[in-house]
Each structure stands twice: as C-alpha cells, then as structure tokens.
Design a protein around this ligand. Structure first.
Ligand code: AHM
Ligand code: MG
Length: 321
C-alpha cells in the first residue's frame, strides 16, 4: 500500500512502473486531468465573487467575459486534455458530439467526462465535482465510447467540498488524495479505500416516489427504514457517492415515469462511479444487470443506478431484481 502523504504525481508514476511495458501515456493523461482539476477547483472557490463581478458588468478583472462555472469547467477540461496529446478523442456531458484531437491522433486513450456534476448545487455553495472515465482506443469513431464500463482503464472523480479530493482507480483498488493548497499538490490521505460491507444511510430522491416505475423500490426503502436507516441526499452525485464510499449504504437514481431510464448518464456518471465502488469492494446495478456490463448504444445514454455496500445492493436485488 502506498504511504499516506505521497503526492498524486508520484503515485501515478509509481503505478506506471509496476507495468514494465507502460509507455507513460496514461500517467501523462491522468496528470492532465489533475491540472484541469486544480484550475477548476480554484474557480469553484471564487464562484460567488465571479458571480458578483459578472452581474456588475459581465466581465471579470482581466476584462474577460464571465462564463457560467459548468461551461468554464468544460472549457478547462477540453483545453488541458487536448493539449496533453494523450487522448484520441474526448466526450463530454456538455457536448453533443465527441471531439477528435489533432495532437492526439495517434494516442492510445479516449476519455469521457462530466466537467461539473451537481449543477443545481453550484449557486448554493454545496459540494460539486468532476467525473472522468478512460478507455483504450479501439477504432476511429464513436465505437471508442461504446465500450462496457468493465473495459475502463481508469476512472475517478474530484470533489469540490469542504476540502478538494481526487479519488482514483486504475483497476488496482481506490486511492483518495486531498488537495493541500499551501503546496498546490494532491496528497494521499485515503489509501486503499474500502466501502463498508454495510452502512446506515440510504440516498435517493424520495420526492420522486410517486413517479418510480417499480413499486417494489418503495418496499425496499420501507424495509431500510424499519431497520433504522437514516437518509442523506445532496443532489450532487459526486458528493452522494463519496459519502456512500466512505460510510457505506446505498445511493440510487431509479427509472421513473419522466426519466424512463433514470437520469444519470452511463458514460460520464454511472460507469466511472460503478468502477470506483466495485474497486472499493461494493456493488453497482441497474436493478437488472451489473452497470459495468451494460454496453452503451449511444454516448449520452442514461441508466438507472443503484450502488453502494454489498449488503444493501444484494438486499435491493431481492426486492427489485
Ligand atoms: P447534472 O449532471 O446536470 O449536474 O445532473 C446530475 C445530477 C447528479 O449529480 C445528481 O445525482 C442528480 O442530478 C440529482 O438529480 P435530482 O435533482 O433529480 O434528484
Ligand atoms: Mg452530471
């Protein structure tokens, strides 16, 4: 296990050294995401001020137009990931089509990301995050993004919360790094993260109960209540999943009459988070199949999501499976 305090760059390089045939491309790819995350984090911290400046004259102190934070995060991710030259193509939750990189035309990887997840929480100072998922390039077009989650090479999220954390898996466990603003580095604070076998919290938008298409889900939640569970729901997937990873329990966004496949996107949200949760010893399902086994049919596809501790997800499947 890596030592607490190790900085993310060194961790990435040491992981690479475990693979004698590695070319260093994945390390450079991950470092590009890390740089983008640091810049997004600094904008998130300034969000309230940027807004004041924006309202005053729509320009910031540098004379640039103030962009909405989710657009700005998207732009920052695109710039850094294209500039790294390590990605053949990028798919963003914010863009209709993938972007094919000129600098990365011979690159080995593609990346899908949600630049700033939890949009409804941006203006109210509640935790938000960035999510990413990396696959190997397998062709020339969209097929690169239509690979199962089980084929991911790496996935992670950055949570902009009471501290900023970078949580990463390359398929060899999960490690969490906390940003130390004094030195400008992500330092290993949560080595080899493991989700508890069982928790005490369920996390689901219960205001949608009357819209859920599977009524057995209500019975499952009632069962958890009768066992003494409590409820937490932030409405930022990154924050709700991060809490679930640390404290255990269940996070869900089911199908309902309005969102017949649920709300969350397979590529940018469901698959990377499921990879992380499984790597930490938990489980992730659509209710019918393991999320990592779902083969995407389109890049913006949505899926019902239930993830968390083994015990809660097994119990859920007894009700809705
Ligand atoms: P976003 O990508 O536009 O931010 O939407 C995704 C978010 C998730 O972070 C969160 O789990 C979900 O939407 C909350 O949705 P709801 O407000 O319907 O409960
Ligand atoms: Mg999102």
């Amino acid at each position: 296990m890596a030592e607490k305090g190790m900085d993310l760059n060194r961790f990435i390089l040491e992981e690479e050294r475990k693979h004698p045939l590695a070319t260093g491309s994945l390390s450079l790819a991950l470092m590009a995401i890390e740089s983008a995350a640091k810049i997004i984090a600094s904008h998130v911290r300034m969000a309230g001020l940027a807004d004041i400046l924006g309202q005053a004259g729509k320009v910031n102190v540098q004379g640039e137009e103030v962009q909405k934070l989710d657009e700005l995060s998207n732009t920052i991710m695109i710039q850094h990931l294209l500039d790294s030259g390590q990605f053949y193509a990028l798919a963003s939750e914010e863009l209709t089509e993938p972007i094919y990189s000129h600098k990365g035309k011979d690159a080995k990887y593609v990346v899908a990301f949600d630049p700033l997840d939890g949009s409804s929480n941006i203006d109210v100072n509640v935790s938000i995050g960035t999510i990413f998922s990396i696959h190997k390039r397998i062709g020339d077009g969209e097929e690169n993004f239509l690979q199962k989650g089980s084929q991911q090479i790496a996935a992670g999220y950055i949570i902009y919360g009471s501290s900023v954390m970078f949580v990463l898996t390359t398929g060899n466990g999960v490690n969490g790094f906390t940003y130390d603003p004094a030195v400008g580095m992500f330092l290993l604070s949560h080595p080899d993260m493991k989700i508890p076998e069982k928790g005490k919290i369920y996390s689901i938008n219960e205001a949608n109960t009357h819209k859920w298409t599977d009524e057995n889900l209500i019975k499952y939640i009632d069962q958890l209540k009768s066992e003494g569970y409590t409820s937490r729901y932030i409405g930022s997937m990154v924050a709700d999943v991060h809490r679930t990873l640390i404290k255990g329990g269940m996070f869900g966004y089911p199908a309902d009459k309005k969102n017949t496949n649920g709300k969350l996107r397979l590529l940018y949200e469901a698959a990377p988070m499921s990879f992380i949760i499984e790597q930490a010893g938990g489980k992730a399902t659509t209710g019918k199949e393991n999320i990592l086994d779902v083969k995407p049919e389109s890049i913006h596809q949505r899926v019902p999501v239930f993830l968390g501790s083994k015990k809660e997800i097994q119990q859920l499947l007894e009700f809705i499976g």
